[in-house]
Design a protein around this ligand. Structure first.
Ligand code: SF4
Ligand code: MG
Length: 335
């Protein structure tokens, strides 16, 4: 059976005064019904651009999908008209962004914002719309919906605003929700509550979620599978349990080391990965992680590694896993 979402060999470029940035360089992954896929990586790795492409929101110009295709629920998203994309976003794909304040209209009552899309696509009376808005507020755990529907965004706290944004995203009963760093702007306690809510809704509504994040903690909390991106490509993918138990790519090892521990001693344990990602005006022909990788071999800079498969759909693109490569222990011993 077909995947709900299939991204295939996606390439996205952006024209700038400095030249053309190759932001996404051949990305392939899928999302099944009822699962949460995390797309994880540092800022600039292409994860948000990938999300924009799925939503049909690449600004053209300066952006352009130069290759690949995206299929959603049997339809080809790449190649849709603006109008078709708009209707897809209003009904079948919901969106949640980092900053709830920019997603909300400060001059409009929260209740009307929640059902705006619903009213556009359904023929409902004012009273039915209001009922629907209250039902959505209840669904996302906002108390006192009778009063809340009449209020404006500034009367809500940050966490409550993000709940409103989630209510808007879900009002039309979408099959897929794209969430781009939805908890990054919130404090830690609220973050955990929003992730709990998303997980709960995901199970209850059989939703598929694409969670864009730089935070492996978020991945562990909510995702079934993950795609690790670096410099516009996928370096590792697999079930979250497998990636955490047995990460295969040196970049993923770096991300793991930088993961804060929950027991309170996190500060000393935070080890950021040294160095910076390559310039995507002139992407390297070999492994883009080579300049930062302590295991880099000569071949790494010459040629892009193929993905190796470790079973259970766990894959990583790294020369260390080529059968001809020296064993990792030898490399470590050689310093
Ligand atoms: Fe490091 Fe080479 Fe693997 Fe890239 S391919 S991550 S440079 S060992
Ligand atoms: Mg981003």
């Amino acid at each position: 059976t077909e995947h709900l979402l299939q991204v295939e060999n996606l390439r996205v470029h952006f024209k700038t005064y400095g030249g053309e940035v190759q932001a996404v360089r051949g990305v392939t992954f899928h999302v099944d019904r009822g699962e949460t896929l995390a797309v994880v990586g540092e800022s600039g790795c292409g994860k948000s651009v990938t999300a924009q492409a799925i939503m049909g929101l690449i600004p053209n110009p300066p952006g352009r999908i130069v290759d690949g295709q995206i299929r959603f629920d049997g339809k080809k998203i790449t190649g849709m008209t603006k109008k078709e994309l708009l209707s897809l976003r209003g009904s079948e794909i919901g969106m949640i962004f980092q900053d709830p304040m920019t997603a909300l209209n400060p001059t409009m009552k929260v209740g009307s914002q929640i059902v705006e899309g619903f009213v556009r696509t359904h023929n409902v009376s004012k009273e039915e719309a209001r009922k629907k808005a209250m039902e959505m507020l209840r669904l996302v755990g906002i108390p006192d919906p009778e009063k809340r529907v009449e209020q404006y965004p500034h009367e809500f706290s940050g966490g409550m605003r993000q709940r409103v944004v989630i209510a808007i995203a879900l009002a039309n009963n979408p099959k897929l929700v794209i969430a781009d760093e939805p908890t990054t702007a919130l404090d830690v306690t609220i973050q955990a509550q929003i992730l709990d809510l998303l997980r709960e809704l995901q199970e209850k509504q059989q939703l598929s979620i694409v969670m864009i994040t730089h935070d492996l903690g978020v991945v562990a909390e909510i995702a079934h599978r993950a795609v690790v991106m670096y410099a516009g490509i996928v370096v590792e993918t697999g079930k979250v349990d497998d990636i955490f138990a047995n990460p295969k790519h040196p970049y993923t090892w770096g991300l793991m080391r930088s993961l804060p521990r929950i027991d309170g001693v996190e500060k000393e344990r935070l080890v950021p990965i040294e160095g910076t990602p390559p310039d995507l005006f002139h992407p390297p022909k070999g492994c883009p992680f080579a300049p930062r990788c302590q295991f880099a071999m000569e071949i790494c800079e010459q040629q892009m590694p193929d993905a190796s498969d470790f079973g259970n759909s766990h894959q990583a693109a790294c020369w260390l896993h080529d059968s001809r490569a020296p064993k990792l222990e030898e490399l470590v011993a050689a310093g």
